[in-house]
Design a protein around this ligand. Sequence first.
Ligand code: HEC
Length: 115
Amino acid sequence: MRNKKLIVTGFILTLLVWSCEYNVEDENLMTSQCEEEVSYSTTIRPLINSRCMPCHNGDGSEPFAPDLTTYNGVAGIASLVKEVTETGRMPKNGTLTDQEIEDIGCWVDAGAPEN
Ligand code: HEC
């Protein structure tokens, strides 16, 4: 009787461990494009500084271009930033590399963290 309980408990534990591992694999599959965390300070900020300035510096010379000089300025319109870079509308004066577009997309999808 005691042995039987042990076996059943062991079986349930194995199932639990197995299902957890399975879930992790499942999640990785879904987010395969964004494997690595994208950092605002080391990736997104330098990218915006080099690719979106001077048009988005908020000095008024481009009145309809949202000010992207601060974290809040970018994070506040994060999904719009993702959209205009994915569709190629921005930057107005050129193109981003696939890697840069992906970095922005992944950062926005992660909730535009101040990391
Ligand atoms: C050569 C100048 C220039 C560059 C470089 C540039 N933009 Fe813009 N951007 C503008 C102007 C002007 C507008 C406002 C008029 C318009 O929407 O076309 C604008 C508008 C936007 C908008 C608002 C769009 C909307 O629908 O309201 C976003 C978001 C944006 N830019 C993001 C970016 C990002 C991100 C970059 C860099 C990857 C970038 N822009 C680079 C000039 C520029």
